[in-house]
Ligand binder design. Structure first.
Ligand code: SF4
Length: 439
C-alpha cells in the first residue's frame, strides 16, 4: 500500500483533542471513538500527517499493525479502568477525573526494572537529574527538550515521560551535571541520548547537549535512540536545520567517536516509504552506524515473517540488526504481551530464515531489574524441560554471560514470572527465587 508515497507539506502533529477535531476523526467508527476518548485520558496519544497518510492501511483497520501501533485499542486498559474513567468523564468533576486517571497510571507500573530506585545516580547526596546509570560502561541521558516524539507508540514503556506528570518524568535541562558525572566516572564509555526521541530537538539544542560531552576523552561512543526514521524521515532530508544535524553527526564521527544511531522499527512496513531509504543514506553518509531494534508485540509483529523481513530489509539498506526485546511489564503490556516460550519460537524461526549478515541480531531480550536477560533456548535434561537464559548485561558486570536455568513455563511472559532452577554464583540477589535450592 505504501509504495505510492504521499508527501506531507510540513510536519503537523495531532494531540488527542486535535485529532478529534480533524478530518481524520471520521476514520474511526463509533466503538473505536469510545475507546479512543477513554484511553487517551490515561495513556499518551500523538500522531502526525506523515504516519496517517503513509503508514496506516485504513482499509484494514482495526487489525492493521500500524493502526495498532499508533491508536488506542479495546483491551489496552482493563474493563475496570475503562469503567472508572468512563464514570469520571460522564458525571464527575475535573478533579475526580484527574484523581481517577492518576490512580490508574500508578497502577500501570510506570517505572519498571528499578528505573527510579536502582538506576538514578548520585553526586554527593544529590540525585543527578535526567540520567540513568545501570550498566558500568553506559549512561542514559534524557535531555528535557527531547522528551516527546513525532508520534507516540501505543506500547511505549516510556509512556510516563509523555503524560504531563512531572513526578513521573526523567529529564535534564542541560548537560552540565552529566559532564560532571562523567568526569568522576571514567569507566563510562557510552552515552545514550534518549527520550522520548532526541530527534525532535532542533539541531542547535542537540548540539548544546552533545558538544560538552565530546570534551570528555573517556567517552568513545555516542548513541542516539530514535524512531524518527519511521515517524518523520524528513528530519534527515529536508527539515530547515537538517544540514546542521548531519554536520553535528559528522562532528561526532570526526572527533574519533563512534556514533551509533539506534533506530526503532517495529514492522517492515515502516521501512517501505522511499524517504526512509533516503534518510538512512543521509545518516550513513556522516559515518554513523545505524542499528535496528524493537520489542516483539502481540497484534503488531508476532510472526517470524515480520521479523525475518525486518532484519533482511535492515541489512539491505545498510543497517545492522541489533536487538529483539520482550515487551516490558508496564503500561498496556497486558494487551501486547506474549508468553516467552512463544517469543523464543518466533525468534528462532525468523533467525533460521535470514543469512549470516542479519544474524547480528540478539534476542529475545528482557530488560529486567538485574540486567538484560537473553532467552537462549529450551533444554530437556533428565526428563525435565527448562529454559536456558543468560545475562548479556548485568548490574554486576561479572555476571554477564553467566548462564541461568528456569523451569519451562508456557505462560510466563516476563523474567519475574520464571522460577529459576540454577544460576551462577554472581547473582546472589536472585537466590530467593530458587525454591529448590538450599538458601
Ligand atoms: S518513539 Fe520510542 S519513545 Fe517515542 S513513543 Fe515510540 S517507543 Fe516510545
Amino acid at each position: 500500500m505504501n509504495e505510492s508515497f504521499r508527501s506531507p507539506t510540513k510536519f503537523r502533529a495531532y494531540t488527542a483533542a486535535q485529532f478529534q477535531a480533524s478530518e481524520h476523526w471520521k476514520n474511526l467508527n463509533e466503538s473505536l471513538r469510545g475507546t479512543f476518548l477513554a484511553t487517551t485520558k490515561v495513556l499518551p496519544f500523538r500522531v502526525n500527517d506523515y504516519v496517517l497518510q503513509n503508514l496506516i492501511d485504513w482499509d484494514s483497520v482495526p487489525n492493521d499493525p500500524m493502526f495498532q501501533l499508533l491508536f488506542p485499542q479495546p483491551g489496552m486498559l482493563s474493563e475496570r479502568d475503562l469503567w472508572i474513567v468512563g464514570r469520571a468523564m460522564d458525571g464527575g468533576s475535573l478533579e475526580e477525573l484527574n484523581a481517577a486517571v492518576g490512580e490508574i497510571r500508578r497502577g500501570l507500573n510506570p517505572h519498571p526494572a528499578g528505573q527510579m530506585t536502582h538506576n538514578v545516580p548520585t553526586m554527593g547526596d544529590e540525585a543527578v537529574d535526567g540520567i540513568q546509570h545501570k550498566y558500568r560502561e553506559t549512561v542514559l541521558f534524557f535531555p528535557s527538550a527531547g522528551q516527546t516524539c513525532h508520534s507516540y507508540c501505543t506500547f511505549c514503556f516510556r509512556w510516563p515521560q509523555f503524560v504531563g506528570d512531572v513526578s513521573l518524568r526523567f529529564q535534564a535541562k542541560q548537560s552540565d551535571e552529566l559532564v560532571q558525572y562523567l568526569k568522576t566516572h571514567p569507566e563510562v564509555t557510552d552515552v545514550l541520548i534518549t527520550g522520548g526521541d532526541p530527534m525532535v530537538m532542533s539541531s542547535r539544542s542537540l548540539e548544546r547537549f552533545i558538544t560538552p560531552i565530546l570534551k570528555e576523552t573517556s567517552v568513545s561512543t555516542i548513541r542516539i535512540g530514535s524512531k524518527a526514521l519511521t515517524y518523520w524521515p524528513f528530519r534527515f532530508i529536508s527539515d530547515d536545520d537538517t544540514k546542521d544535524l548531519l554536520s553535528l553527526f559528522r562532528q561526532v564521527v570526526d572527533s574519533g567517536r563512534h556514533l551509533a544511531f539506534m533506530a526503532h522499527f517495529n514492522h517492515p512496513r515502516e521501512m517501505k516509504p522511499s524517504p526512509v531509504g533516503e534518510a538512512i543514506e543521509a545518516i550513513r553518509s556522516t559515518g554513523a552506524v545505524i542499528r535496528t531494534q524493537a520489542p516483539i508485540l502481540r497484534h503488531i509483529n508476532d510472526s517470524p515473517d515480520a521479523w525475518a523481513e525486518l532484519w533482511n530489509e535492515s541489512v539491505r539498506s545498510g543497517c545492522v540488526p541489533y536487538y529483539m526485546f520482550v515487551e516490558r511489564d508496564t503500561g498496556p503490556s497486558e494487551y501486547f504481551k506474549i508468553p516467552l516460550v512463544e517469543v523464543l519460537q518466533i525468534f528462532q524461526q525468523a533467525y533460521r530464515r535470514v543469512s549470516g549478515l542479519a544474524r547480528t541480531v540478539r534476542g529475545p531480550i528482557m530488560s529486567a531489574t538485574p540486567g538484560k536477560v537473553q532467552i537462549d533456548g529450551i533444554l530437556e535434561f533428565a526428563g525435565r524441560r527448562m529454559l536456558q537464559l543468560q545475562f548479556l548485561q548485568a548490574r554486576d558486570p561479572a555476571a554477564a554471560r553467566q548462564p541461568l536455568l528456569a523451569e519451562y513455563d508456557e505462560t510466563a511472559c516476563w523474567f519475574d514470572e520464571l522460577k529459576l532452577l540454577a544460576l551462577a554464583e554472581r547473582q546472589p540477589e536472585l537466590r530467593s527465587r530458587m525454591p529448590e535450592v538450599a538458601q
